[in-house]
Design a protein around this ligand. Structure first.
Ligand code: HEM
Length: 494
């Protein structure tokens, strides 16, 4: 056995940190040309072995948790923010139980009640926020403008707190909670990921904000013990849960899970919403199709649009394909990492140094999967850089072309079915990850994004201020649009 090839670099400790940090996709595609699908690069002293393609995704995400550990890769970064005894601060079996508890709060019944709440929040935001002044002035001929990401960041936290987080958090947003959130968020950056402990003001503020926020949630839980729960939120769900050994969740664990969910859902959804709006603004046809879908399904005889139910929401193929396509080109998380706990051989079908040999990824390395690469890989997708939601509904599109091409190349035919994509660890499309660490927020994110986007599209027409959709900024934890990212809007006449 031999080690995977190491990416050439000039400086020992820094390694390829700069090229990876500035543009990971470009870096990965270039390395693939030189070294193939499996290679190791140096990232501030860490040895990171990348496995590309659907098979690479399968290798990393389908790997055993005893060999590839998420907690060893992430805890230094997440525990100061989320807090003790949850997520990556506990052994994986315990976290798996915690994920099940969270699922109890993500039921269809809860989602039914969220549709109207999300619509209300967006409506209220557009009626009051300064970014929508023109809209409020009721002038249908004037164009106003807003920053896509600024607006989506606010709408995302407003709608998440109104629904999952609960009314105490929602009302806290108008007061001290926002500042705590911002301070905590300032400790959730690539710098914090690379260097767990630096004597910086942002680190101190992060720790301070964690303590206060944890106490904020504990206070809510205490009050609810006295006065009862709101039926449909996550705190209510978590309060009913017990570990297999019969132990209920202590207050601080509920608090820390709530912080983890807040952080997991905020930037991911808000980035996706920003990208979706930017693409819609750049594509009048897609925008019109999305608006038509609303009118056809929810138009009333008096020319208005009625609210939709959760069941109706789930049957809107154009909306669905807009979100899918946005997540294909802009998956918020470009790199998924695990720390290697014991030597793991690389399957020869993924990469082999010679006919019979195998590579081994040794204990102490990190492994990295990047769906961001397989989701825009020209070997798999036709016109991968083009935002084209119709590829998801076109019988000649994704199912027929992309995945068959992929399957044929590897000599085996995988039948993904019309418009459907495998959810397995070997899929080239996995914006929500795969395997045991797969996202549990997918349905909620689709609901939140879907209702936010349609509520906006029902009210205003969008146009991009610039010639093209902004470039991706990889310097943030979650891939964001670079500035300028202004969207012009005009009130619809309905
Ligand atoms: C895990 C993406 C929204 C909660 C993940 C992972 C990805 C992901 C790629 C896998 C991480 C890994 O394997 O290391 C996304 C995207 C979202 C989104 C693209 C929105 C568009 C949410 C929301 C929540 C959430 C709204 C909470 C309500 C979680 C949790 C995990 C997870 C609990 C499990 C982590 C683990 O098992 O290690 N997400 N997420 N996510 N996500 Fe999401």
């Amino acid at each position: 056995p031999s080690l995977p090839p190491v990416v050439f670099h000039w400086f020992p400790f820094i390694g390829s940190a700069i090229s990876y940090g500035n543009d990971p996709l470009n870096f990965f595609f270039k390395c693939r040309e030189k070294y193939g699908d499996v290679f190791t690069f140096i990232l501030f002293g860490r040895k990171v072995t990348v496995a590309l393609g659907a098979k690479g995704n399968n290798f990393v995400l389908g790997g055993k948790s005893t060999a590839f550990s998420a907690e060893d890769a992430y805890t230094h970064f997440t525990t100061p923010v989320f807090g003790k005894d949850v997520v990556y601060d506990v052994p994986n079996e315990v976290f798996m139980e915690q994920k099940k508890f969270v699922k109890v709060g993500l039921t269809t019944e809860n989602f039914r009640s969220y549709v109207g709440m999300i619509e209300d929040e967006v409506d209220e935001f557009m009626k009051t926020d300064a970014a929508f002044l023109i809209y409020q002035m009721n002038d249908i001929n004037e164009w106003g403008r807003f920053d896509a990401t600024d607006v989506m960041a606010q709408i995302t936290i407003l709608t998440a707190s109104r629904t999952l987080q609960g009314k105490e958090v929602r009302s806290g947003l108008d007061k001290s909670f926002s500042q705590l959130y911002n301070d905590l968020d300032g400790g959730f950056t690539p710098l914090n990921f690379m260097f767990p402990n630096l004597p910086l003001e942002s680190y101190r503020r992060r720790d301070e904000a964690h303590k206060k926020m944890s106490q904020f949630y504990v206070d809510i839980i205490q009050k609810r013990k006295q006065f009862g729960d709101d039926e449909h939120d996550m705190i209510a769900a978590l309060r009913t849960q017990k570990y297999r050994d019969g132990r209920p969740l202590p207050d601080h664990e509920i608090a820390h899970i709530m912080i983890a969910l807040l952080m997991a859902g905020q930037h991911t959804s808000s980035a996706t919403g920003s990208w979706a709006m930017l693409h819609l603004a750049n594509s009048p046809e897609t925008q019109e199709a999305l608006y038509r879908e609303q009118v056809e399904n929810f138009g009333t005889p008096d020319g208005k649009l009625r609210s939709m139910t959760y069941e109706e929401f789930r049957k809107l193929p154009i909306l669905d394909s807009v979100i899918r396509e946005t997540l294909r080109i802009h998956p918020p998380i470009h790199s998924i990492m695990r720390k290697v706990r014991s030597d793991v051989p690389v399957p020869p079908t993924l990469a082999a140094p010679s006919e019979n040999g195998t590579y081994v990824v040794p204990k102490g390395h990190f492994v990295l999967a990047s769906a961001a690469v397989s989701q825009v890989d020209p070997i798999i997708w036709s016109n991968p850089e083009v935002f084209d939601p119709t590829r998801w509904s076109d019988p000649e599109g994704v199912a027929a072309q992309a995945f068959d091409t992929y399957a044929d190349e590897n000599g085996e035919k995988i039948d993904y079915g019309f418009g459907a994509v495998s959810k397995g660890t070997d899929s080239p499309y996995q914006p929500f990850g795969a395997g045991r660490h797969r996202c549990i927020g997918e349905q909620f994110a689709y609901l939140q994004l879907g209702v936010v986007l349609t509520t906006i599209i029902r009210r205003v027409e969008l146009r991009l201020e610039t010639d093209s959709v902004p470039e991706q900024n990889y310097h943030t934890m979650i891939t964001m649009p670079k500035k300028p990212r202004n969207i012009c809007f005009r009130r619809r006449n309905f």
